[in-house]
Design a protein around this ligand. Structure first.
Ligand code: HEM
Length: 256
């Protein structure tokens, strides 16, 4: 199964969620969006069933279980595959794009990172802090509580802003400043906290490091396109829609 096909299924799931939550759906209305996502979910189900039949594959292992623990039912493996898409696609795209934007907005920093790749992880952490790709998480209160003076009733939806927490002046000095040299950048909550701490945090950091390293390696003199400025948008998933850049074409080699 190629990545573009899986990505297209995910696109239909996102459209269906947008349609259900009342966000504008420019492509034929809620019913059509739900139909397309249903068809994509059926294809995902077939693909997972095929993978489950291959001993040793991740879906087969998930279904097999282990000592003292039942495996997942086929429908649960499919649901988990869909959750992984929601957890890992927009978020990682956001991290890579936001970190690229931060890096290329500061040419001196970009040059420093090009010369010393060991600086990249700090740029990635500071980007996660100042522009977390998943900007909010939802929680339902299990009991009545008082949250910073706001009464919360059991069962209430509490929408927690990770972005605000990451800019808490009681934790981070001068919190709105992008400073990859701050010692405590890693204290951010971009991957949440507690039992539901992001399952893919290490993978996401690795992907960002590989992607940004490749951009610096393969595009000499890469810089933002001044004619097409970009900024992150979105309430839940935050990232620029696109990031236009320029780079220097390597001079043509003389023919022998
Ligand atoms: C920069 C990239 C990522 C960010 C910012 C991010 C952020 C988060 C956050 C904030 C949560 C907590 C959600 C909540 O408690 O309501 C979470 C959970 C989760 N993430 Fe990520 N994530 C990223 C990448 C990934 C990747 C690459 C994967 C999968 C390979 C992934 C899989 C998951 C899963 C399965 C959970 C649920 C964990 C649980 O409920 O126990 N994430 N992520």
């Amino acid at each position: 199964m190629d990545a573009a096909t899986v990505r297209s299924w995910y696109g239909t799931f996102v459209d269906a969620v947008s349609a259900l939550t009342g966000s504008p759906d420019g492509d034929g209305g809620a019913d059509a969006a739900l139909e397309r996502s249903g068809a994509a979910y059926a294809k995902l189900t077939d693909a997972v069933a095929e993978a489950m039949a291959r001993p040793g594959s991740l879906p087969a292992e998930a279904a097999r279980g282990e000592a003292g623990r039942d495996g997942l039912a086929a429908a649960e493996v499919v649901a988990n595959a869909a959750v992984l898409m929601f957890g890992g696609i927009d978020t990682t795209e956001g991290l890579i794009t936001n970190a690229a934007l931060h890096l290329l907005s500061d040419p001196a920093l970009a040059r420093a990172v090009r010369d010393d790749r060991e600086l990249l992880p700090a740029v990635i952490e500071e980007s996660l802090r100042t522009e977390p790709p998943a900007a909010v998480v939802d929680r339902y209160a299990v009991r009545d509580a008082d949250l910073g003076g706001a009464p919360v009733r059991a069962g209430d939806l509490v929408r927690v802003s990770i972005t605000a927490a990451n800019r808490d002046p009681a934790v981070f000095a001068d919190p709105d400043r992008f400073d990859p040299h701050r010692a405590d950048a890693g204290e951010h909550l971009a991957f949440a906290h507690g039992p539901h701490f992001c399952f893919g945090a290490t993978l996401a950091r690795l992907e960002a490091r590989a992607a940004l390293g490749a951009v610096l390696d393969r595009f000499p003199g890469v810089r933002l396109d001044p004619g097409r400025p970009a900024r992150p948008v979105g309430l839940v998933f935050r990232k620029p829609d696109r990031l236009d850049v320029r780079w220097d074409a390597p001079s043509a080699r003389p023919r022998r």
